[in-house]
Design a binder for this molecule. Structure first.
Ligand SMILES: [Zn+2]
Length: 300
């Protein structure tokens, strides 16, 4: 029996009571796996919280961790262009689409900007080519992502399905309570026009009623030219756009210049769990971002 399970790639430490070793490509997925898996999982994220998620250097120690993982959970699409190389280095067929050891959490997500014209294939910066990949920033998508995680964990560890289900149920209850609070807090700013540095925020903006009118990057991952910035800041002044949203890893010499010339206030929102000590987990991430946005919008 054990041999059969091993051959299927389904053998797991869980059979011996040890936690399942899980690798995710982001700290947000790590947080959501921990929500569902509780003490039955031990999770590591390949990407640190404060880095461009599309440009990560996977370390040798992380490759070893991946090799021994029972499950890989990823954002999918072209969010992690760096993952293919890590997977090739590991060379394990368990981490292929359709395997019980592989979860692409983009399945079932309604993608925004799916009509974005593809950039030239020879551009290494080519991201969001299939639609916008920052879908975890709509807290409603936390519902779908944890549902997929629950199924994946229960497949590897069927005996603990009720435990995973109870954990997820508790999380969804808390998510619903906080979402009401966040929506209330954002109510006065519905329809507010904002500019972003990178297109990380369309899901967040849709949920909370913000209108993203422009991005500092002319296309995702492509740095702006001086003439593009001049046009952007003129547009911001004319449109009286008062908020510029930046990620903590943005180029702040550009961000501050755009904010100043465009007559806006720059607000740093945290796109991933752990990007700020207050963004300890998935729900804490939204607590912090809603607080920062509403404070900046109220002060404008
Ligand atoms: Zn992106």
């Amino acid at each position: 029996m054990l041999r059969t399970l091993a051959l299927l790639g389904l053998w797991s430490a869980a059979a011996w009571g040890a936690p399942l070793s899980i690798v995710t490509t982001s700290t947000d997925l790590k947080s959501l796996v921990e929500v569902v898996g509780g003490e039955k999982v031990k999770v590591e994220s390949l990407a640190p919280p404060l880095a461009d998620p599309h440009a990560i250097e996977v370390k040798p120690g992380q490759l070893a961790r991946l090799k021994n993982a029972a499950l890989l959970v990823r954002i999918g699409l072209d969010h992690e262009p760096w993952l293919a190389r890590a997977l090739a280095a590991v060379g394990d067929p368990r981490f292929a689409a359709g395997s019980a050891n592989y979860l692409d959490s983009s399945h079932g997500i309604e993608l925004l900007q799916a009509e974005t014209p593809r950039l030239r294939a020879d551009k290494s910066a080519h991201v969001h080519g299939f639609g916008n990949t920052h879908y975890w920033l709509d807290p409603e998508n936390g519902r779908l992502i944890t549902a997929a995680i629950l199924d994946a964990l229960a497949r590897l560890d069927p005996a603990d399905r009720p435990y995973f289900e109870a954990n997820r149920k508790r999380f969804i209850g808390e998510l619903e309570t906080r979402l009401k609070h966040w929506l209330n807090a954002m109510q006065p700013y519905r329809g507010a026009k904002i500019v972003v540095t990178h297109e990380s925020w369309p899901y967040f903006a849709r949920r909370f009623g913000l209108d993203i009118v422009a991005s500092v990057e002319p296309a995702p991952g492509v740095p702006p030219s001086a003439s593009y910035l001049a046009e952007l800041t003129q547009h911001m002044r004319e449109g009286k756009i008062k908020i510029l949203v930046a990620e903590p890893y943005a180029n702040f010499s550009i961000v501050n210049q755009v904010a100043e010339r465009g007559g806006a206030r720059a607000v740093t929102l945290i796109p991933s769990v752990g990007g700020d000590p207050e963004a300890r987990d998935y729900l804490g991430l939204f607590d912090l971002d809603i607080k920062r946005f509403t404070e900046a919008a109220a002060a404008r």
